[in-house]
Write a protein that binds this ligand. Sequence first.
Ligand SMILES: *Cc1c(COP(=O)(O)O)cnc(C)c1O
Length: 366
Amino acid sequence: MSAVDPSLIERIIRDDVRAMGAYHVADSHGLVKLDAMENPYRLPPELRAQLAARLGEVALNRYPVPSSEALRAKLKDVMNVPDGMEVMLGNGSDELISIISLAASKPGAKVLAPVPGFVMYAMSAQFAGLEFVGVPLRADFTLDRAAMLAAMAEHKPAVIYLAYPNNPTGNLFDAADMEAIVRAAQGEVCQSLVVVDEAYQPFAQESWMPRLTTFGNVVVMRTVSKLGLAGIRLGYMAGSPEWLSQLDKVRPPYNVNVLTEATALFALQHVNVLDEQAAQLRAERTKLADALAALPGVTVFPSAANFLLFRVANAAQTFDRLLARKVLIKNVSKMHALLANCLRVTVSTPEENAQFLEAFNASLQD
Ligand SMILES: *Cc1c(COP(=O)(O)O)cnc(C)c1O
């Protein structure tokens, strides 16, 4: 094997990239996997068989049709995208976030979002050479409207992200706070594109989608990942054709592959199955939150997502004790000062939720 000269790496790879840690995905082999907000349910066997037949017909020798017309039309219909609005597809919403960052990366441009929030907003801003401004939430994870408006006035961000509901906190921001921020970003305080990230919409049942026609500076981003199709990597963004036609120029033309497209179309034709799974998970969320809150020393925060954020006396210890019992959750306590001793657990099937609670109970006796 030929050795790679470290000075060559240094010369080519950006300093900030070399200084970074890699995005860490925990090894979940043999564990009850409650760390990544996945839907625990699969498609029922008869639908899987039908899907297999459908995928067998897909022309793998051809490039995808770049416009993905059929899938976009289906999404508009199923997701109630208002008339006159367009839809753009991404290889997961992670890619859409990168596309927004790239398209907006004028010299000196900034991206602003509440923190703690979804890490990809900051990462993709950094990769595209944009400055990221994080505005702390209040201690109860509500939006600090005054701090947001002050930061908007100071930094004049090109792009503002509002995750609705927020990850990793799980709560829906106050509607009036959101609207004040969107309005202020229409020129009064700054001129910004506001991206409302509705990755958890199936569990929140609240949406800015109907308001797209009212606010010309808003786009709504969603994904099928949390709905039960994390493996196919499909995100979408709805907004005015004026915005999307510009952003679409930055999109790699074949970013959504033919298998993803065919699978998503099929799944959306049976969206009632996914909707039912989401309804079950919402019911389980309530049960799990109540059971957790009843345990000594545990504070559970309100959630409109398919996960719960909760605080314990010692997050690292609780995490390790759960892992020793083969239950993997996410320790978010080091992500931000406001998340001190906080853990995040995905809401799953009644069986897996019970396994988690049992492991948690047992770990209290350690
Ligand atoms: C999971 C998540 C996404 C990313 O979803 P993908 O479509 O799987 O890339 C985007 N935003 C938030 C807030 C998320 O939690």
